[in-house]
Ligand binder design. Sequence first.
Ligand code: SAM
Length: 216
Amino acid sequence: MNFDQLRKEMVERQLRARGLSDERILKVMEKVPRHLFVEESLRHRAYDDCALPIGEGQTISQPYMVAMMTEVLAPAPDSRVLEVGTGSGYQAAVLAELVSEVYTIERNPALSRRAEEILKNLGYSNVHLFTGDGSLGLPEHAPFDRIIITAASPDVPEPLKAQLADGGLLVAPVGGRFSQQVVRLEKRGTDFRERYFTPCVFVPLIGKYGWDENEI
Ligand code: SAM
């Protein structure tokens, strides 16, 4: 399969045609080999307009959702970013192309190990992987200029709001168990300005400040 061609088409038809316009991000979406972040048997579907299973009941998000949330996150080249929900490692790779340091935390150790292997093989040395409850953030590495949560929670976890730098941006899918909306918080001192974007459906953030595992 010609994955380079599939990636170009993905960028034109799924991203640019839907109004995404940040050339830096579009270029990265055209560069990062998404097919290497899914199992071999699903590689032919890696550039389809949908989320795909990555094992352990989890998913790699739809390309549009990855690019859209990255655009809303407005990463700067010198940003230190925290991602909650490493999953396949694909979003972390996209971010690693755009910013100086990416910290990413995943609750499932098997997924974290696999993502680490893929990111290492691709040469991403600015991604730091952690295993644990990401709803608690990574206080020892805070503050972060940007925080992106790639699993859904009823509200933005308070520890993550606290670990955001002043002037920083946090993007997350927030809402009910089966449908959410992408929200962006901008931290201004002790205030947070909120802006809402597209509706979405994400797997749950399971943890102290997300959903209780027994409720799922
Ligand atoms: N960003 C990922 C990618 O590029 O493949 C997709 C993330 S997937 C939609 C959501 C991930 O969040 C799952 O891998 C899930 O195990 C993880 N997750 C759920 N609750 C979590 C928590 N409290 N802390 C860290 N990761 C969590």
